[in-house]
Design a protein around this ligand. Structure first.
Ligand code: UFG
Length: 340
């Protein structure tokens, strides 16, 4: 596919930055738009060092219609890959208005500006969280929506909004990607997940125990109905996930039609299995203790990965060991732990 002009909102974040590299490698001309509220500025510099080319960045919030309008006037984008959103489940329970404002308000603002500039191709970041506690595992895309928290509700509303929009005008081609649990870091060891605060998610938390920054891992519950009693998730290497976006975009251009797919491996691992894999990768002894269940947690999330294979030709390539090894290479390397 010939290179396209792509706007990548939230392109300085964890998944966004890896997707920037995958899209650039595929020959696209990518402009990042990020507010840097939850991303580090040093990432931009690193993306430039990895690609050997200057990175086009717009410092703006996705709710800022005037800034988006100016970006489109200048960039004449042919498609948008939209990551810019808030994503912490417990935080969303504490400040739901911010989640609706950014995740739903930001999306509508973006869509209106896109329409005004005759750009109707979009890849949208959704999440396995839209399934709530699913009846079926592995979970197919046909499973029903179940909101468990404000964050999940914003993703459901986003998907529904996009459904109505596509129905209103066949010129829209929208790829909805439901991510399972992204993990790992780029092979360059120059970018990876690096939350500013104490991590909420398992893999970044483990990585900070491995470096000695945090004393021990709390395993949230060992009495779930799973093989070892701890929560099971479908971890997907962030480089595989990034590649899924390239395929999704390619499909939108090729077919002119939208799609809705899970992006996962189809295989689940328990918390204890992830800790063991990280021990092997880091060669560190990782202290952990069994703690109470975390409110709102789901016992098992595993993707049915068949539809993404059929529709996009997407198959994951990297294993849990590779996720842990790349995470460790990043977090223990010289580039992690920025203060900007
Ligand atoms: N866990 C621990 N200890 C920790 C952190 C997590 O035991 O310190 C456990 C959880 O209980 C769960 C598993 O590790 O069983 C994974 O937890 P994460 O917080 O890493 O991920 P979640 O599956 O809870 O949530 C993530 C994203 C959501 C998204 C969801 C979709 O944070 O935004 O994946 O699967 F919706």
């Amino acid at each position: 596919m010939a290179g396209r002009r792509i706007l990548l909102t939230g392109g300085a974040g964890y998944i966004g930055s890896h997707t920037y590299l995958a899209l650039s490698e595929a020959g696209h001309a990518v402009t990042i738009l990020d507010s840097f509220e939850n991303a580090r500025r040093s990432v931009v510099d690193r993306l430039g060092r990895i690609t050997g080319r200057p990175v086009d960045v717009i410092d703006a919030d996705v709710r800022d219609a005037a800034a988006l309008d100016a970006a489109f006037a200048q960039g004449r984008f042919e498609a948008v890959v939209h990551f810019a959103a808030l994503k912490a489940v417990s935080d969303s329970v504490k400040r739901p208005l911010d989640y609706f404002d950014v995740n739903v308000g930001g999306l509508t603002t973006l869509l209106k500006v896109m329409e005004a500039h005759d750009c109707r191709r979009l890849v949208f970041s959704s999440s396995a969280t839209v399934y709530g506690v699913p009846d079926e595992t592995p979970t197919p895309e046909t499973a029903e929506f179940r909101a468990m928290n404000p964050y999940g509700q914003t993703k459901i509303i986003g998907e529904q909004l996009l459904g109505w929009l596509s129905a209103s005008d066949p010129r829209w081609a929208i790829g909805i990607l439901r991510y399972f649990n992204p993990a790992g870091a780029h092979a360059s060891t120059m970018i990876g997940e690096d939350p500013r605060d104490i991590p909420n998610n398992l893999m970044p938390f483990i990585s900070k125990v491995a470096t000695g920054e945090l004393p021990k891992i709390s395993v949230f519950g060992d009495d779930y109905d799973t093989p070892d009693g701890t929560g099971v998730r479908d971890y997907i290497h962030v480089e595989d996930l990034a590649r899924g976006h390239v395929l999704s975009l390619g499909k939108l251009f090729e077919s002119g039609e939208g799609h809705l797919v899970n992006l996962g491996t189809g295989r689940g691992y328990s918390v204890l299995e992830v800790i063991s894999a990280y021990k092997r990768a880091s060669n560190r002894d990782l202290a952990f203790e069994i703690a109470p269940r975390r409110p709102g947690d789901v016992p098992i999330y595993v993707a049915s990965a068949e539809k993404a294979a059929e529709v996009l030709g997407f198959r994951t390539e990297k294993t849990l060991d590779q996720m842990c090894a790349s995470s460790w290479a990043w977090i223990s390397g010289e580039h992690s732990g920025g203060t900007d």
